[in-house]
Ligand binder design. Structure first.
Ligand code: ATP
Length: 238
């Protein structure tokens, strides 16, 4: 069995004493792509932020590679371990060039700068073509590619991708998911959060469904995609 890279054990999170996550258990094995699916406000972003150290759980534990407990570490320390969070809404630096944005993403792995730049340009040739262009002038899809590429510049072991399809056309979303598949095939483990369950599940090995802060289903993506009953109960599709 492949190595357990990340393990959330009974994680509970609150904002100002209002609990939003209850006893979440989730894991990612090396090389896996895992989906976290849920409607607006179900707690997807909070769970990603908890893994990334942006918010901290009041109960439970998070382990990296089975031996490093990370739930009390800072976001910076967690990034330095190779767990990289690509937030919802892209958050690129619009007044900086594409290349400058990428180099910001590389500040933890400067020794690998040339190699990482070459890797992201191979993956996203459009970013190479536009490397000297202000990031704010890119299309929405290109900005999302830049946000993912900036995350990759840190040479991550795990990439946490939040709502990559937000506000983008179906064709662009399709292209992005093709890239996610490619990144995963290159060996990066991925946790991807989306409201579009079908596309998300098609590129992932396993999926979790979260409802009102509770994980209500965990299973193989193929089960969720192919089992009519599961689809109806958890995805609301026939
Ligand atoms: P969305 O798709 O809309 O981002 P989500 O599934 O990612 O939804 P979260 O953003 O994690 O859900 O929100 C979970 C719950 O926590 C919601 O009820 C939300 O209102 C609340 N919440 C999120 N961020 C904060 C915050 N900073 N302070 C207080 N409550 C928050």
């Amino acid at each position: 069995m492949s190595e357990l890279l990340l393990e959330l054990k009974d994680i509970s999170v609150s904002y100002d004493e209002i609990q939003v996550i209850w006893d979440a258990n989730l894991n990612i094995k090396r090389g896996e792509c895992v989906s976290l699916i849920g409607v607006n406000g179900s707690g997807k972003t909070t769970l990603l932020k908890t893994i990334a150290g942006v918010v901290h759980p009041f109960e439970g534990e998070i382990w990296f590679k089975g031996t490093i407990r990370i739930d009390k570490l800072s976001a910076h320390q967690i990034a330095a371990l190779g767990i990289i969070y690509v937030p919802e809404g892209r958050r690129i630096f619009t007044k900086m060039t594409v290349k400058e944005n990428l180099l910001v993403g590389n500040h933890l792995k400067k020794s690998k700068r040339k190699e990482m730049l070459q890797r992201v340009y191979e993956l996203f040739p459009v970013l190479k073509e536009r490397e000297n262009q202000m990031a704010g002038t890119l299309s929405g899809g290109e900005q999302q590619m830049l946000a993912i590429a900036r995350g990759l510049m840190a040479d991550p072991e795990i990439l946490l991708l939040d709502e990559i399809s937000l506000g983008l056309s179906p064709i662009v979303v399709e292209q992005l998911y093709e890239k996610i598949k490619e990144i995963n095939e290159q060996g990066v483990s991925i946790l991807v959060v989306d409201e579009i369950p079908l596309r998300c599940l098609q590129v992932s090995h396993r999926g979790y469904i979260i409802r009102s802060g509770r994980i209500v289903f965990e299973g193989d993506s193929s089960d969720l995609l192919n089992n009519k009953d599961l689809r109806k109960i958890y995805l609301g599709t026939d």
